[in-house]
Design a protein around this ligand. Structure first.
Ligand code: NAP
Length: 309
């Protein structure tokens, strides 16, 4: 099968199209013929080996895909041949992908694979961040990188939950973020008193986020670091107290499976209610994966990106 293999730790330019053997499904696994693979910021980080516990080159890149079940591993009864599914598992930038049944879900009725990309990563991450941040109607929420995959999802959900939605994005993307539902959009963290901050940028913005969170009751949910590392000291939290909450969806799935199941149930309800619409990702051919990841890295993209094998 054709697959995109990362061959170094020097970034997306070293992703190569290769021909490798089709994987086989083991116990509790399904083999999926990929129709669309989701591109995520973590894919960019992995190409530089900056993703904690990420794979070491050479590896088949990607970890989110939709497609059709073509083989069942021993003992699998929850899926059948021909099912259309979405899932998370390593090696998604390829014609075939093995998924654990616990990391796969059926596509919403009537949605294509491409339209479903992002449900388990972008929307689940956005919802988890808002839930862990205990967001309540009437509060003010700040969504960083709001034009991106997770960002647009978070803006829509925060608006649906009755909050005042502030957002940050590169200036050229501000109108799009307003259209997605943000009340106000800024180039960087604004000097306001904010109840819940969805912190995915880090770097120098991290200190600004801590400063903008409402003292004592303000929650800062940390789930990304697109702008780099940042530190927080016990002195800072002692004398400028805010609530810091960490989020990693993979850890949440492994360590809090009941909470993840609740999030998926809530997402299903939000889809049925029309709050979450089918996605319309910007799609690249598999061979153009290096260009897709480079575009995401350069901050020139909006919304979800996908690869078509
Ligand atoms: N913890 C988890 O489980 C989890 C799960 C999914 C995603 N995430 C994180 O959530 C974030 C969004 O992920 P995504 O896949 O949806 O990507 P994305 O938002 O589509 O792309 C990342 C965005 O971050 C901003 N950005 C990129 N480089 C930056 C830099 N050097 N400084 C400041 N901002 C920068 C850019 O937005 P602007 O140009 O508009 O600022 C860019 O569009 C990422 O940080 C990702 O790692 C975490």
């Amino acid at each position: 099968m054709r697959a995109l293999q990362q061959t170094s730790r020097h970034g997306p330019a070293d992703l190569r199209l290769v021909d490798i053997a089709r994987p086989t499904a083991g116990p509790g696994e399904i083999l999926v013929r990929v129709t669309a693979a989701g591109v995520n910021f973590a894919d960019v980080m992995q190409t530089y080996s900056t993703y904690v516990d990420g794979p070491t080159a050479p590896y088949v890149a990607g970890f989110e895909a939709a497609g059709e079940v073509v083989a069942l591993g021993p003992g699998v009864t929850s899926f059948a041949h021909g099912d259309q599914v979405l899932g998370i598992g390593p090696g998604a930038f390829a014609e075939y992908l093995v998924l654990s049944t616990s990391a796969a879900m059926p596509l919403p009725r009537g949605w294509s694979g491409e339209q479903s990309l992002g449900l388990m990563l972008n929307w689940a991450t956005a919802l988890a961040a808002l839930r862990l941040g205990r967001v309540a109607a009437g509060e003010t929420v700040l969504v960083q990188a709001a034009a991106g995959g997770v960002g647009q999802a978070a803006v829509r959900l925060a608006r649906h939950f009755g909050t005042t939605v502030l957002a940050t994005a590169s200036p050229a993307k501000h109108q799009l973020v307003r259209t997605a539902g943000a009340h106000e959009v800024f180039a960087t963290v604004p000097d306001r008193r904010i109840d819940v901050i969805l912190e995915s940028v880090g770097g120098p913005d991290f200190a600004r986020s801590l400063a903008a969170a409402r003292p004592i009751t303000g929650r800062v949910v940390v789930y990304g670091m697109a702008g780099g590392d940042a530190t927080v000291t016990n002195r800072a939290l002692n004398f400028r107290p805010v609530q810091l909450i960490g989020l990693h969806l993979g850890v949440l799935m492994a360590e809090a499976p009941d909470l993840f199941a609740e999030l998926l149930d809530e997402l299903t309800g939000l889809i049925a209610a029309g709050v979450i619409p089918p996605g319309s990702p910007t799609t690249y051919a598999l061979a153009d994966g290096p260009a897709a990841l480079a575009a995401l890295e350069s901050r020139s993209t909006v919304g979800k990106l996908a690869l078509r094998p």
